[in-house]
Design a protein around this ligand. Sequence first.
Ligand code: ITT
Length: 214
Amino acid sequence: MTIWFMTTNQGKVDEAREHFSKFGIPVRQFEFEASEPQSKDLEIVALSKIEQALPHLPNEKDMLLVEDAGLFVSALNDFPGVYSSYVLETLGTHGILKLMEHLHSEDPIRDGNLRKAEFRAVAVLYKDGQTIVAEGVCPGRIAHKPTEGEGFGFDPIFIPSDLDELGNALPVGEIGVKSTHGTPFGGISLEEKQLFSHRRRALSSLLEHFDILG
Ligand code: ITT
C-alpha cells in the first residue's frame, strides 16, 4: 500500500513521510503538473488537482494525496493565503517582513497580536474511489527577522503558538507545555515542527477519517 503524494515541494514530502512512516505507510512523490484554479478556497484547489491527476495514477489500488497549504496573516487581511507560493517566489519572506515593518510593540502580547498569522492546510486523500478531505491549522505569529536553519518556505519567519497538554494551541502570550520559545519553524527540527504543524494535523485527521490502518 503506497501513498502517492502529488507535490513539487520536497519539504512537504519529507514531512508527510515522517508522519506516515509511524504507521508503516510508504509515501512516494508523484510528479504531475496540474493547473491550479484561481480560487480563494484551498479545498477547491486541492480537489481540482486530485481530479486532474487520477487518470495518471500508476496503479488503481494506490492512494493519491494532495495537500495545499498557505500562510494567512491577519493584519494583511489573510494575505498571502492561496497565493502563498507565488508570493514566496516574488516577494519572499523578506517582502512579508517589509509589509509588516510598522507592526510592532514593546508589549509582547500586543506585538504577537499585531503580527498574528496562521498556516492552514487542506489534505485530500483518494482511495478506492473515495475522497476524504481534512484540514489542519497552526496559529502563530510572524517573527521580526528570519531565522537560519532547517525548514522551507515561510518556516524562517513563522513562530507557532504554544500548545497545552492536549496539543491545543494557546492564545498569544500564554506559556504552554510545548513551546518553541519564540523560535520560528525554521529554527527547530522537523520532528519538533510536527507537534505544531498544520500539515501533520491535516494528515492525522485524514487517517482518523479513513480507516486505512485496518
Ligand atoms: P505543491 O502545490 O506542488 O504541493 P507548493 O510549494 O506550491 O507545492 P503549497 O501550495 O501547499 O505548496 O504551499 C504554498 C506555499 O506555502 C509554498 O510556497 C510553500 O513553500 C509554503 N508553505 C506551505 N507549507 C509550509 C510550511 O509548513 N512551512 C513553510 N512554508 C510552507
